[in-house]
Design a protein around this ligand. Structure first.
Ligand SMILES: [Zn+2]
Length: 456
């Protein structure tokens, strides 16, 4: 063996057991007792977890007249510090452009910078006939999932979304949908501005939970008409969860993602003094407290499949502050790529909300399965990529901006200290993080061709 991780507890979505993990040529070659290797890494008293998979990121995204401030290097380095070794970013089609152009643009930004492996979804913002035809070519290129918006100027009409679902059904694609009713958001926003309500605290009032619940039900209905699978991204509220649950109870293939910010931060954050509420201007917005508890219950009950980040950071100074006098100009998005896994461990496992195995399933195995990367990614098994984390369950870390590596000027989680953090992170058998040191390479990650969606 090239490397042996010795004496740890291996944790997968299925079970936990004491074993050594042997790595050869970047893959897990053997799991067993008393393995020998040229290099030995001590994992005693620690967990050996699969590197986590973040299925929802927006690195160097041009959005609302600016660009998200983590690029494919800084963002993937930060991800690695937090135990994430694979991301799936969203390539965005421009109006009038093709899906191929979107993917070429994203690969030209990412390939030379990524420190970890990555895949791409592609967003369909202009559902022309030739674009629907092009979807099949995307699947052949390993981009097996699409995204459609029901909000933002990029949104599709219902008939367009139905056509995307029908096409996805034909060719074996999975459609991710951003579920908020954009027409109602525009109407409500205009009303608030007319009334002179321009501070960040009006952002959540411009897009209430009911707008998301309605759009979620509509996406579920359209997917059902097309008999196509649906992946709901960043679900935040009771009404949307109920719509998804009803469909799942009827055996409709509806998958649900939520994000740590919707589990841990509530709508009161927008009332922080001064302009600080802008830190949390994201869409969908943070919700009233009862939704947070419902999401935790949904996770425990199996109604939520995966946890992504929707990582899309903008600096408070120089980016968010263009909206100081108008919340509609604040770029929507917040950081999270580095903190997802420790937050889920701390708030989920340490607080007894779910098991260690369920934790691994939510942050690694399920995102890998849903997006066609399993078992290459998302588990610890012979033949899988040696993307591994030695996890120290007793390591404490305050999630302050100084302690984190994301290229953004604030942490949404100031004041929270987590217990449980990566000690060592390996990507395809190479150590890329040791405690507070990055040992990987710019451009050391690879583009991943993903398989087609299949129910699991
Ligand atoms: Zn997003």
């Amino acid at each position: 063996m090239d490397i042996v991780l010795k004496g740890g507890t291996v944790v997968t979505a299925r079970d936990s057991y004491g074993a050594d993990v042997g790595i050869q040529d970047g893959r897990v070659a053997e799991i067993g007792q008393d393995l020998q290797g040229r290099e030995t890494l001590d994992a005693s008293g620690k967990y050996v977890l699969p590197g986590a998979v973040d299925p929802h990121t927006h690195l160097e995204l041009e959005f609302m007249d600016t660009v998200s401030c983590d690029d494919f290097y800084t963002g993937t380095v930060a991800a690695a510090f937090g135990g994430t070794t694979t991301i799936i970013d969203y390539a965005e089609q421009t109006k009038g452009g093709t899906l191929r152009q979107a993917v070429e643009t994203w690969r030209s930004r990412a390939d030379s910078k990524v420190a970890i492996d990555y895949g791409l979804h592609v967003s369909i913002t202009d559902a022309r006939e030739d674009v629907l035809a092009e979807m099949e070519e995307m699947i052949s290129a390993g981009i097996s999932s699409f995204k459609c918006y029901l909000a933002y100027p990029e949104r599709l009409r219902d008939d367009e979304l139905l056509r995307v679902f029908s096409r996805a059904k034909e060719i074996g694609g999975l459609v991710n949908v951003h579920c908020e009713n954009g027409w109602l958001v525009d109407y409500m926003t205009a009303r608030l501005l007319e009334e002179g309500k321009t501070e960040p605290r009006w952002h959540p009032r411009s897009r209430p939970a009911a707008f998301e619940a309605e759009a979620t039900q509509r996406a579920v209905t359209l997917a059902s008409i097309a008999d196509a699978p649906l992946h709901i991204v960043h679900l935040t509220c009771v009404g949307a969860l109920d719509a998804a649950r009803r469909a799942r109870d009827a055996d409709q293939p509806v998958l649900v993602e939520t994000c740590p910010q919707y589990l841990l931060l509530d709508v009161d954050r927008y009332d922080e003094p001064g302009f600080n509420g802008a830190k949390y201007v994201i869409s969908p917005p943070l919700r009233e407290a009862e939704n947070l508890e419902a999401l935790w219950r949904g996770i425990a009950a199996g109604d939520v499949d995966s946890i992504g980040t929707d990582h899309c950071p903008f600096n408070l100074v120089g980016q968010k502050d263009v909206g100081r006098n108008d919340f509609t100009r604040i770029p929507n998005g917040m950081p999270g790529i580095e903190t997802r896994v420790p937050l889920l461990y701390h708030e989920g496992v340490n607080k007894g909300r779910f098991s260690l195995n369920r934790f691994v399933e939510l942050v690694a195995s399920n995102p890998a399965r849903i997006f066609g990367l399993y078992p290459q990614k998302g588990t610890v098994a012979v033949g899988s990529d040696a993307d591994l984390v030695i996890w120290d369950p007793s390591k404490e870390k305050p999630l302050t901006v100084e302690n984190l590596h994301m290229n953004v000027d604030y942490s949404p989680y100031e004041g929270i200290t987590v217990s449980g953090y990566p000690e060592l992170v390996l990507a395809r058998g190479r150590i890329i993080v040791r405690d507070d040191e990055f040992l990987g390479q710019r451009g050391g990650g690879r583009f991943l061709e993903r398989k087609q969606f299949s129910r699991y």
